[in-house]
Design a protein around this ligand. Structure first.
Ligand SMILES: [Fe+2]
Ligand SMILES: [Fe+2]
Length: 191
């Protein structure tokens, strides 16, 4: 079982990113840092799920290495990381998480998988649009990682839940995600 996103990112988004790439880099760094702390919070919430703890530990390290790599580009350009801003896309998706321990775990895993999938799609568009060889290579590598992470969260969901439980909820959350993406203001940021 894999899945596709229901709505593709509009070309105007890619144009906005390329037109103001410095702003995109700063937002990208913030996203990587948040992805790392999300992995840490996930493993702290489920200390008894051994494989989840192992995978989230590896993921927290990998996302922090992404942060380090993005920061190198930021410093190279003489930019300074701004204060943290809320991510409306992630916040709205999180509002769809159900209460109840099993539902909450399943929703967290599916939502994380969707976020990674959207990340892979958008980083892929950035890699395609960039002309700078070094940056293009960097974003191609980032795209491959986020594609792996999308599958990682989906595999974890499959480890703890049956496909009959996963699939209907996945379809609901994909519809919710598509609505959020379609209503999101276009700006030079991952979301
Ligand atoms: Fe990442
Ligand atoms: Fe990721």
């Amino acid at each position: 079982m894999t899945f596709e996103l229901l709505t593709p990112t509009k070309p105007t988004w890619t144009e906005a990113v390329v037109a103001d790439f410095d702003t995109f880099l700063l937002d990208h760094a913030a996203c990587e840092r948040k992805a790392s702390s999300m992995a840490m919070s996930m493993l702290l919430h489920y200390p008894d799920l051994e494989n989840l703890v192992k995978e989230m530990t590896k993921l927290a390290i990998e996302e922090l290495l992404h942060f380090k790599a993005v920061m190198a580009h930021i410093h190279e350009r003489g930019l300074v990381l701004p204060g943290d801003e809320k991510d409306p896309y992630v916040n709205e998706l999180r509002q769809a998480q159900r209460r109840g321990s099993q539902e909450y775990l399943l929703d967290r895993l599916i939502i994380a998988s969707i976020i990674e999938k959207r990340g892979a799609e958008r980083f892929g568009l950035v890699a395609e649009a960039l002309t700078d060889v070094k940056l293009k290579k960097f974003y191609t590598k980032i795209t491959e990682s986020e594609q792996r992470h999308y599958l990682l969260f989906l595999d974890l969901a499959k480890e703890y839940f049956n496909p009959e439980i996963i699939e209907p909820r996945l379809n609901e959350l994909l519809i919710i995600e598509a609505k959020i993406i379609d209503n999101l203001k276009i700006k030079s940021a991952l979301h």
